[in-house]
Design a protein around this ligand. Sequence first.
Ligand SMILES: *Cc1c(COP(=O)(O)O)cnc(C)c1O
Length: 404
Amino acid sequence: MFNANEIRNDFPILSREINGKPLVYFDNGATTQKPSSVIERIKKYYETENANVHRGVHKLSALATDEFEKARETVRKFLNAKNSSDIIFTKGTTESINLVASSLCKAGLLDDGDEIIVTEAEHHANIVPWQICGKKLKIKALPVDDGGNLQIEKLPELITGRTKLLAATHISNVLGVVNDIKPLIDKAKNAGLLTLIDGAQAVAHVSVDVQELDVDFYAFSGHKIFAPTGIGVLYGKREIMEKLPPYQGGGEMIDQVSFEETTFNELPYKFEAGTPNIAGALGLATALEYFTSSDINEINAYEDELTKFAIEKFSAIEGLTLLGKSENRVPVFSFAIEGVHHYDVGTLLDASGIAIRTGHHCAQPIMKHFGLTGTARASLAFYNTIEELEYFFDKLNHAIKILK
Ligand SMILES: *Cc1c(COP(=O)(O)O)cnc(C)c1O
């Protein structure tokens, strides 16, 4: 049976103090903490296995290559991708989306005047790459309703003869609502669009099966699922990835190089120029193995408990608006309080050892939708507890009293 207190013991940082108080880490939407197994895996690599991959004939290089490719296979299993060569290692979600945007534009699959559809609740990482990809694209946004639920039924109205791609977040980092991406992808595909899903907030909360979704691209970051920073994943369907030109040039991504011409390596190496984040990939594989060793249904049931408790407490606070009203949501809570600045709330909570995020959360369009410039956001992971929430609400209510 899932036991959050046992899980907590796996995360060394959770037992430290901040400002003389036990740390309550509610900023998992920004980055998650790392279990001992991940920290140990990275240490082991540097202490006993460090060498460059796909290069040397020597034993250590072969060992590092082997471990690196095993990590790719672990990611394949995690997403249920068809081939391990469908898995490209990147720096994170941001780089994954930039890769797709840049390569689609270079390939001419996106051209001046073409249209793409995103949702109103995108992270800037799924807006800006499309604006700087080298072609002048028109970006349309699929709206959300007042509860933050995506209005999927409005998709057909946005599609024209120039629409080429749908790029949508799986779970908004502001709203916490789980978008119903399967019917969304189906509708987009029926209209002949390419599909990309930003899974940065989703992978640590819901299970993902890219074959079942039949999505073309799925992106996520390691550091939001208990792995190190600087490593991420782009899943890309082979038929499309084969058509795309490389993102960056350099070592590893080539087949033959001369000053006249270069031919490119096969998938996935075509998209992995230069020495990759080897330790990061190994850490990511360990993190995925660690996370999937708990039953996702039990994690969901536990997180639903946390969510229910939090929503009840939030509702009892006068003048507080909680964004994201949906049956299907994860414990990511953005809130605004009348007459109180989110920055002041964050500062007072920090004095009590509570880490939350304040600001626009790299998602200014959705802030604008709700008429806000920023919110406070408490985002929980499976190692957070009801006791922590009780402490948080105690301190939050106290902070509001002081600030109002
Ligand atoms: C964090 C986040 C990103 C960006 O991830 P990076 O790790 O900074 O590249 C993109 N989209 C969403 C929804 C996120 O939460």
